[in-house]
Design a protein around this ligand. Sequence first.
Ligand code: GLA
Ligand code: ZN
Length: 675
Amino acid sequence: MINSKLPKMFYGGDYNPEQWDHATHQEDLRLFKLAGIDMATINVFSWAKNQPDEDTYHFEWLDELIESLYENGVFVCLATSTAAHPAWMATRYPDILRVDADGRKHKFGGRHNSCPNSPTYRKYSERIADKLAERYREHPAVLVWHVSNEYGGECYCDNCEKAFRSWLQKKYGSIEEVNRVWNTSFWGHTFYDWNEIVLPSNLSEHWGDNKSSFQGISLDYSRFNSDSMLECYLLEHAMIKKHIPDAVVTTNLMGFFKQLDYFKWARHMDIVSWDSYPGLSTPYSYTAMAHDLMRGLKDGQPFMLMEQTPSQQNWQAYNSLKRPGVMRLWSYQSVAHGADTVMFFQLRRSVGACEKFHGAVIEHVGHEHTRVFREVAQLGKELQQLGDQTLDALVEARVAILFDWDNWWAVEKSSGPTVALKYVDQVHKYYAALFNRNIQVDMISVDSHFDQYDLILAPVMYMVKPGVAERLERFVQAGGTFLTTFFSGIVNESDLVTLGGYPGELRKLLGIWVEEIDALLPEQKNRIVMTQEYGSLQGDYACGMLCDLLHSEGAEVLAEYGEDFYRGMPALTRNRFGQGSAWYMATDPDEQFLGKLLQQICEEQGILPLLDAPAGVEASMRTKDGKQYLFVMNHSAEAQTYDLGVRSARDLLSDTEITGSTTISGKGVHILELG
Ligand code: GLA
Ligand code: ZN
């Protein structure tokens, strides 16, 4: 429980008073109170202010700031300021500057730009975390520690190259093993000495749109890069814990962020926090999926919504305003999926540089009489009224989708069979089919426990890691339902193909053999023709992108291809295995097909929608102490009607009793405590 000292959802966000004078700070405090703001994330980008040179540190301004926030009822999420190194440090110690994939050494500028293997960066970031933790270890205002900010990017400098070799030595032990897992007999790449290994960049193995001549090398570089940044996080983390063993330490993640294996990171975070920046055209099912992934990082523990914009961003091509009600709606959507805080970037809009056109609670006009401020203040009031009711409540799902960063990297580094295959898009397609029916989903790692679920989906499980196939077999054997798709079971964790026929280790479970994989041109389609009715599936449906040409080895064929030379070959199979069944979707079907398929599979398992509601109305449930909180969210602009059936409920937001058929306004939210 992060909220023991402030038993409600924290409300506030990034605050950068170092950009303002004293009078403005005073005015901010008045406005925070008006908006119901009780949490400020500070010190995110103040390293240069904190440390003007090698040996001098100035934290007096922070002392004063923390004190005045606290006196005004605002708690602190204290960042360590290490996400942008000072200019003097870069001039004096150029090893802190990154080298990009084209081999260009960067100069001072921007942020999130320190080389993760720079001895200078590691030394000074560790030291400042140490000093901050020592100084504020007993301060009652500091409730959360925020290490650095949005780790990401890559570095290809000589220090990283050396560190990569050590990382490989530790992982593989011998150069022979490295040669084996990278299959270096291909294109005469055999290495005889560790020093012959270089980073896979545009100067070596990489070409085109993020493609690699050696996927094994590039995959290991991605793992190494993620680990290097994690080591930086851990250095600061250790300093904080040294002074404050029970500190709540986090760093703000970014949802489906490709470069870092967040499942690995989350093990070292006391609470997951993340920054949610959907564009106006981002499907709201995608945002929901990202929240579910963030909840899944720590086995379903609630997370912090660390940042979202109150109104607009500056870094998109077209920075539309969140329409009236949308900030509130999306805030509750994050809560519905497991957030225990609602926080913004930023509290006051800066006067210069690239974020001056980024939305803020306090706009350039400087007062409270704005649409954005009014909406923020209304939500602030509601969160105060909700108090601790939903805090720590869990989201319970019977359906899980497997998600895996190594698989993501490997699928998209693959040369062939198609550039159209995007892992997250495929996962989203399956997620959305369930989401649209208000079926709750957990996004889990391949290392999670499977037995609590009835249905597990693994779209494009190209890479099968050691032991996963056996665990899935046991899951199905015991009665579970498993579904995977085309381009699954192809390689092991080193991106080496499992020989003897696709889908490799999953072949027995699925009862099929995939002989060939056809890639379709963007405008090309095939047809899925049902060989029997299944639920409401009958007749034929469009499919495309990839088509597996497969043979059943015991699996039942529910649909076949309708076109081309492989007309009549299986397109959808189900294999009875022990008490359960394992499905294979051999191609990329249209949404209608997928919706009906998953609806029927769920129905057979007795997995029912949370709510019978029209399109555009989302439902998600959190439970706590035997109480059920059903969040109903209307993403459409018009009022909608949904039916609670025989259930009765109290809407916590309007404090009214609700039964039967109910109207929810456009962009409206109900939080129903079910009776
Ligand atoms: C990120 C960063 C913030 C800010 C916002 C703007 O989330 O963490 O510092 O730049 O983006 O959207
Ligand atoms: Zn580097």
